[in-house]
Write a protein that binds this ligand. Structure first.
Ligand SMILES: C[S@@+](CC[C@H](N)C(=O)[O-])C[C@H]1O[C@@H](n2cnc3c(N)ncnc32)[C@H](O)[C@@H]1O
Length: 295
């Protein structure tokens, strides 16, 4: 493998994510996972221990795809989309209006963990791919636990499996490109976490953390997104958008050869590129962990 020599460090911090620019990508991705998220929400609604859900906090809601889903699955609840990025909350509001749930929907611009006391009580707190953006995950989780009404649930979407979108051997470059991109993403993720304010290392055993903050673990389930080739156009476009993003954020952690292969894959004119390849697919898993506040 060639070295990275000559490719300087990224100037920006890995923790400084341009969330407002990511709106369309986050929205597409959550939409593709809609069936899986809905299944997760119905699992929570059907728990024998579930209280009547009257208030839901979707923490780090982003563009509000899941917030709106939660409004549909919990028809008696007010759903509050909580996020630090106003442009994403605007998307969430537009979506709620479009889907006809706006009367039970509101947004709250809040920076966590400092604003946790402004969120109010909840029967369900959903934190989808957001807890890992907070430096002290244990303290943040304890903060969420403190907002739960008796019998209420925290649902964390964390972990799962990284997406696979290409075969191991794509006929160009060294086989195993996507596995190397996953490794680069793990390096970048760790860099991101270490740069967060108040960053604290934690064993990512979510059930153990629930227990540590006084919640009772209620189960863990993974939901599979399985879209085999040939994929419809919107799926292909999402794969192209995701890989474009990954080329930007982890390209400097790959070899020059892998970067050159990515450039070919992203070239709309290249017959072997993502715009034309018949083997593009999307396979991923999301894991949901539940913790409940006892009586
Ligand atoms: C990876 S996105 C997840 C969006 C959505 N929950 C989903 O699963 O599709 C993380 C979200 O957390 C928000 N976020 C990150 N750090 C935050 C903080 N310190 N306080 C509040 N929101 C934050 C970002 O603005 C972004 O919308």
């Amino acid at each position: 493998m060639s070295s990275h020599a000559g490719h300087g460090h990224h100037d920006t911090h890995a923790a400084d994510i341009d969330w407002d620019v990511l709106g369309p990508l986050l929205e597409q991705e959550a939409e593709l996972n809609g069936t899986q998220y809905e299944e997760a929400a119905r699992w929570i609604a059907a728990l024998p221990t579930a209280p009547k859900v009257r208030r839901v906090l979707d923490i780090g809601s982003g563009p509000g795809v899941v917030s709106c889903l939660l409004a549909e699955v919990f028809p008696e609840a007010e759903v509050v989309a909580v996020d630090a990025t106003p442009a994403l909350l605007e998307r969430a509001t537009n979506r709620a209006r479009r889907l006809g749930v706006i009367d039970r929907f509101r947004t709250l611009e809040a920076e966590l963990p400092s604003d946790v006391d402004r969120l109010g009580e909840a029967d369900l707190i959903w934190a989808g791919n957001s807890l890992h953006h907070l430096g002290d995950q244990r303290a943040a989780l304890a903060g969420f636990a403190g907002l739960l009404r008796t019998g209420g649930t925290v649902a964390l979407v964390e972990g799962g499996l990284p997406a696979r979108r290409l075969p191991r051997d794509i006929g160009i470059g060294e086989p195993g490109l996507e596995a190397r991109m996953t490794a680069a993403a793990a390096t970048r993720f760790e860099r991101m976490r270490s740069e967060l304010p108040g960053a604290k290392r934690e064993i990512e055993d979510w059930a153990a953390l629930f227990t540590a903050v006084g919640l009772v673990p209620q189960g863990t389930r993974s939901f599979l997104l399985d879209l085999p080739a040939p994929v419809p156009r919107p799926v292909r476009e999402h794969v192209i958008a995701s890989i474009t993003r990954e080329r930007d954020v982890v390209g400097d952690l790959l070899t020059a050869e892998d970067r050159a292969v990515l450039d070919r894959l992203l070239d709309p004119e290249d017959p072997e590129g993502l715009h034309h390849r018949p083997d593009v697919h999307l396979l991923a898993a999301r894991t949901v962990h539940l913790g409940r506040r006892g009586d």
